[in-house]
Ligand binder design. Sequence first.
Ligand code: F6P
Length: 536
Amino acid sequence: MIGLDICPTALPSWQKLSKLATTAKTMSLMEMFKEDANRAQRMAIEHDGLLLDFSKNLVDDTIWETLLELARQSHIERHRSALFAGEAINVTEDRPVSHPMLRCNHTDKQLSEDDALITMASEMRDHMADISEKIRSGQWLGVTGKPIRTILHIGIGGSALGPELACEALRPYSHPEIDIFFVANVDGAEILPLLKTLDPETTLVVVASKTFTTQETLINANTAACWLKESLGLENSPNSEHFIAITAQPENARLFGISESRILTFHHSVGGRYSLWSTVGLTVAIAVGFERFQQMLDGARAMDLHFTSAPLSSNLPVVMALLGIWYNNFLDATTVAIVPYCQRLSLLPTYLQQLDMESNGKSVSLSGQAINYATGPIVWGQPGTSGQHAFFQLLHQGTHLVPVDFIAAVNEPSSNHQHHSALLNNMLAQAAALMCGQTDERLPPHKYHAGNRPSNILLCNELTPYNFGQIISLYEHKIFVQGSIWNINSYDQWGVERGKGIANAIQNSTDGALEDMDSSTKHLSGFIKKMTSTAS
Ligand code: F6P
């Protein structure tokens, strides 16, 4: 990114796309399929067990070629080289972005030449493998001599969403005798009832926090520490076999009382929302075994190799990124729906909300200039078929254009033919209905479906650890390409600091000492104090 501060709206391709957008609004997808019998084959990419069908998008050859030209004129390949060369592309924190280095090896020269970081990541994985094997085999004993059989993972945002998604996605591979629980919210209604159901003698608390200063995580970790202290008579429970810390700030974990030998670290150049591949993934390795965690890394690495080598026109992250920019910046579609027809990926929309919206929800350029064009979209969704009974009415007949990413596994060992064929047929039907609509003139208006509603369909052969890793890496790089074209820093998150500061001010304020707050906050805070005292 160094020396690459390109305003996209100044590019000829961007200006051409603005003109082409008017034609797109009258485009008929069905007509394009009729005119080109080969469209479905031409606009599909098969790679390493994945199939992306992007033929149901509102693009003709001219628009598609112009979008590819936008990628070239934005120099995304030079940005990509800077990413993998370890340049400080996170310009506001003057850091490289090193999550891809967590899944490559010393021979992958096109992925990294930072041998020190690769060695550090390898040593980190060895430590993870050792711990996960000890726990899975029952060798890791609590203070009363019983083997650990429950993992309570405490963390929030990138320190929880990735591991929780991976544990859910890879549930068929999980250890039958080890239960995994995740706690993120500071709302005591999440952790307190849960602790009542757990056996402290066989519970290991994994506290994941890149900074080890996040208020919610520390409050939850302290509650877990008190629970262990009271139930096991442990004076300093964080300094026991019942606590592990995962952080980029080991000193803060030591200050919390966690033993040095049970603090796993990762490099500060790994972004929180990109940290699944680091020691933050320990809980995943415990759940499914380190070998399968490694397979997940291998899938992500395979996608990295694809991203760094495939031509732009058949490059999965580039294709998905360009289509997203087409809708977001030229067709006024400011949201994108993630609809996995795969219950094991039910947490994917939530995970991608942070990955995408915390990366590209920005409004200043790499050089700090105010931006006057749309950047990161609003990401939302839930699995199909459930979503069909929640928001598909709006997708079909609403006034908003919402591009949809459908994601599914062709084979699902956890299911059976009846269920799985119904699932996949519903997905195909919904994508077809969105595209073809129902435009019979004889229909009453309320039954009219305009159609021409775009979608991508991403299929994997089976949701294995490898294919799961590919899919996550695919979205990571899609987000990178979009941020690169939008000329923003996708790797900082200064927007989350203000709210934290005000929360601390309110939390630490004595009665009435909110003088510099707005009258609404003062009034609400006073009401809460009054009602809380009334209730207790
Ligand atoms: O949401 C803000 C954020 O800083 C995320 O980027 C991060 O994943 C999350 O909070 C948790 O931060 P930490 O891992 O430092 O506890």
